[in-house]
Design a protein around this ligand. Structure first.
Ligand code: ZN
Length: 256
């Protein structure tokens, strides 16, 4: 095989649907647990390869109580902050930042402000890889859609050279197998969610090793207030099957 220049290697890695290309990863999400479901394996793998991983979360998910007696809304933000930090610790991710918005209000934040907040992280972290929701918001949640809009616009104006923006997606096969079960908990809120992308059009098609999958399970279980009901209803093996791969498509115009 002829020797490849670094740039070619980066291009090669980007063309091979598997891991994201090498370099710092910035994930921008809406609530504690979004990062885990959609990118825990990618983050843990990158940390192990010595890459910097920075996670930004817009809100503390204060409105996310499934059981007001056990998890009162008044203390939900604190509870979920602790859960997120324990979850990231399980993955080895040490850099996390809040945007400090209140759960469910991202669509009311002036767009320029949201964009400016995300732009600061692009400028300070200078990531090679930016992971976020697509315009569909994955589940249809308005906060997810806002975070996508902010991140996309910030990326368009302040992307570090050579960096790529990726949108979380699922495959048609995944949706067929898992959506009907998950929707017993109303995970996917509207038609067109989750988004699906055929496997041959994915930019990242990351299959977790058994070891990474167990780490991801631990990270999911750390979000106890969110996942306890689903874990009891579906069992851990269901989660193992549903969580064993992470899929992203390249955002239009980012070259990803
Ligand atoms: Zn969310």
């Amino acid at each position: 095989m002829p020797r490849l220049a670094t740039l070619d290697l980066v291009r090669y890695a980007a063309l091979m649907p598997s891991s994201p290309p090498p370099g710092t990863i910035l994930g921008v999400w809406a609530h504690p647990d979004d990062e885990t479901y959609l990118s825990a394996g990618i983050m843990a793998d990158a940390v192990r390869r010595g890459e910097r991983v920075v996670c930004v979360t817009a809100t503390r998910g204060e409105e996310g109580s499934w059981d007001e007696e056990r998890w009162p809304t008044a203390t939900m933000g604190e509870v979920r902050e602790g859960e997120l930090l324990r979850s990231l610790a399980a993955l080895g991710v040490t850099e996390h930042n809040w945007l400090d918005y209140y759960d469910g209000t991202c669509a009311q934040v002036p767009k320029d402000e949201g964009v400016a907040r995300v732009r600061t992280f692009l400028q300070e972290v200078r990531p090679a890889v930016v992971l976020t929701f697509g315009p569909d918001g994955m589940t249809g949640h308005d906060d997810h859609k806002s975070v996508c809009a902010w991140t996309t616009e910030a990326f368009q104006s302040a992307a570090p050279e050579g960096s790529r923006l990726y949108y979380a997606t699922q495959t048609p096969e995944w949706a067929e197998e898992f959506v009907p079960v998950m929707n017993r908990f109303n995970v996917f809120m509207e038609d067109g969610t989750p988004p699906v992308t055929p496997r041959d059009q994915l930019a990242i098609d990351f299959e977790l090793t058994p070891e990474l999958l167990e780490l991801k399970l631990a990270a999911i279980e750390a979000h106890e207030s969110q996942v306890e009901g689903m874990l009891n209803a579906f069992g851990k093996d269901y989660f193992r099957r549903a969580m064993k791969a992470e899929f992203f498509r390249g955002a239009e115009g980012s070259g990803g």
